[in-house]
Design a protein around this ligand. Structure first.
Ligand code: PLP
Length: 344
């Protein structure tokens, strides 16, 4: 199976499993796991923050950060395509009691002008806007990268308005590799930022949230409350450390393959996409239904029957994501099968 459904589909390599099997461990919840401690120090340094904590998932990092930065009844401003708005089961409201105000950005990225226009005049009737949240890269934006200047600009507007700033950095290292701007520089203006190890980095489990020492102290209370405190978590932290050592620079290969996939798809009659919009490892494309005569889920079914998995988002849109388990031959095969399925 050529599984392009998501970069969460990669499986840990033998070398990663070996690192996990031999990891030194202890009780994570008591700060006694040396591998988790090493990972947290490593991530804090990588992101230019004072401290970090290890969590089972990226979703939990978002939930923890927003609960620390905002109070119930206050408002988070983010793009309308944001993971926190679309894919966290309403957790921002359920766990943190926060309201969401969503902006209509360009592939997940809004401007300082758009943010300024969305700011409410402070008054008793309006929710207090206390958190700005951005996603680097934007998942539903097709892996689009926020330019550093745009991050700086929206954070400056947020600060003027007295808001805290949060970066969902599930794929921040993809952005760093693609743009050449370090993760720490991109995270500089943010009070909180996290990385996911189970996406392009190829580890089986885990994410790490970073911020000031005081932020992480408060974050630990929420992590405990959400059931995120773990025991011998060094076993999974070792996979994350292995990924930071061995799987960061290779993200460029995923980006190159995504671009090649996009170029190939754009050349097929009946598929619509602009390969120039593919900056990292995510390729959104759509189907010209008038020309093809069937919809995206039917195309997805036909591809799966031939060993290629690409998810349908709606009637006309599909998403393919490159990762550790997709090599050049996999891209060739996916393009070949796609051409056949469109001809049928
Ligand atoms: C995957 C993802 C998350 C959630 O991470 P999990 O580890 O799956 O919980 C959050 N934000 C973005 C942008 C993501 O792509």
């Amino acid at each position: 199976m050529i599984d392009l459904f998501s970069d969460t589909k990669s499986r840990p390599t033998h070398a990663m499993r070996a690192a996990m099997a031999t990891a030194e461990v202890g009780d994570e919840a008591a700060f006694e796991d040396p591998t988790v401690t090493a990972l947290c120090e490593r991530v804090a340094a990588l992101l230019g923050k004072e401290a970090a904590l290890f969590a089972p998932s990226g979703t939990q990092c978002n939930q923890i950060a927003l609960a620390v930065l905002g109070r119930p009844g206050e408002e988070v401003v983010c793009d309308r395509s944001a993971h926190i708005a679309c894919f966290e089961a309403g957790g921002v409201g359920a766990n943190a009691g926060l309201n969401l105000l969503t902006l209509d950005g360009d592939r997940g990225r809004f401007t300082a002008t758009q943010l300024r226009a969305a700011l409410r005049t402070p008054m008793r009737h309006a929710p207090k806007q206390t958190v700005l949240a951005v996603e680097q890269t934007s998942n539903l934006g097709g892996g689009a990268v926020w330019p550093l200047a745009q991050l700086t600009d929206v954070c400056a507007v947020a600060r003027e308005h007295g808001m805290s700033t949060h970066m969902d950095g599930a794929r921040l290292l993809n952005a760093a590799v693609a743009s050449g701007v370090s993760a720490a520089d991109q995270a500089y203006d943010f009070d909180s930022v996290w990385l996911d190890f189970s996406k392009g980095l190829g580890a089986p489990v885990g994410a790490a949230l970073a911020g000031s020492r005081e932020f992480i102290e408060r974050a630990w209370v929420v992590k405990q409350r959400l059931g995120g405190a773990m025991r011998q978590a060094g076993i999974i932290a070792a996979g994350a450390l292995y990924a930071l050592d061995h799987h960061v620079e290779r993200l460029a290969d995923d980006h190159r393959r995504a671009r090649r996939l996009a170029d190939g798809l754009a050349g097929l009659p009946g598929l619509l996409l602009d390969p120039a919009t593919v900056e990292t490892n995510i390729v959104f494309f759509s189907l010209d239904r008038a020309r093809i005569g069937f919809d995206a889920s039917e195309l997805s079914r036909r591809l799966a029957a031939r060993g290629v998995r690409i998810g349908a988002f709606d009637g006309t849109t599909l998403r393919a994501v490159t990762h550790l388990d997709i090599d050049d031959a996999g891209i060739d095969m996916a393009l070949e099968v796609m051409a056949d399925c469109l001809r049928l």
